[in-house]
Design a protein around this ligand. Sequence first.
Ligand code: SPV
Ligand code: MG
Length: 431
Amino acid sequence: MKTVYTCFCTDVIHEGHLNIIEEAHKHGRVIIGCLSDEAMIRYNKFPTLSQAERIELYKSIDGVEEVVVQKDMMYNDVIPNIKPDYVIHGDNWKEGPESAIRNHVVELLKEYGGELIDIPYTYNEKVRKIDLQLREKLAMPEYRRKRLRQLINMTPIVKTMEAHSGLTGLIVEKTVVEHDGKLDQFDAMWISSLCDSTAKGKPDIELVDMTSRFRTIVDITEVTTKPIIFDGDTGGMTEHFVYTVRSLERMGVSAIIIEDKTGLKKNSLFGTEVEQTQASIEEFSAKIAAGKNAQLTDDFMIIARIESLILERGMEDALERARAFVKAGADGIMIHSRKKDPAEILEFCDKFRAEDKETPIVVVPSSFNVITEEELVEHGVNIVIYANQLTRSAFPAMQQTAEDILRYHRAKEVDERLMPIKQIITLIDEL
Ligand code: SPV
Ligand code: MG
């Protein structure tokens, strides 16, 4: 009897999947691959069912003989192993980033004479509604909030990109690339104080008030599903911070990062060029402890950001603070540097990891941008934040367009480098 293989990465079985099974059944014994959680978050979206639940779901479908776990989105672990006579898939993967996977599958099948069957992809109003409902579920506060902790356990490094509006949120949500035959996407969003302030034309000095910052969060949560890490600056007065924690939890934010500064906060990338005061260990530990005491869910994380390297207080001071802040209840440590060379960041990570194997480490490689995600993983980093690159790429593009329209007294000359209106519209989902 011939074997037919298909890989599922779905939480709901709809008529499209049933079509595939029915078609597969005509060719032989049907084996379904359940794409692993780790591969699914890079390839598609965060699962709303656990891997074990998905396996049970697929097993319950009539006509399915066997379910196996597929760990590699490129099928390298299953096809050479199972050597199915056929692989069957909806023909939607002929285009876009997924086509690289299809091409690879064709190569794998060629090695032993297997065949690929593309069947028409089912997309209708019912399927679209199911997709939307799944997305709505992912966006709900109780699901979104816990996802950062889940991701830390699921992936070597949580890739986080800055967002400061609904539109930038959509870019982080939807951008998927194919590189070296693998698909990749961001895991989470960072609501940067710098970019949120800049978008409002204000300096990054805690001038934009919390109500306004919360408005940015709402704009983003309304159109996205990925988890949010909020840049809480100094956290403000402890008496206010406890309310901020509750509000963020209610909105479904996963984490706040607060930095150990006091008084007028300036952006860290100014370093010692401006006057900035570091909070004492006691004062900042008390703020963390108050926040932890105020939070109502187990999901929410309060991450302590250490400014010792920024303020040139030395490695020992940074490590002493890390120990104290973890003791005070911090769920993670962010270490920051404005040096181009990542050496001091890596030294901190190595020393901290030598004494603390568990507490997540967060880094923001804006200055030390030569470092790769793989290198950060080797040094025990759990979350990488690309804190301002979307803002810094959009600003010069907009400025150039404004200048050129003034220069040419019309918009024709700039048109070629603009995104067509139609494309902007397709980015925005309609219910
Ligand atoms: C931000 O993005 O606002 C940050 C990171 O706090 S940094 O600008 O590097 O201080
Ligand atoms: Mg900031």
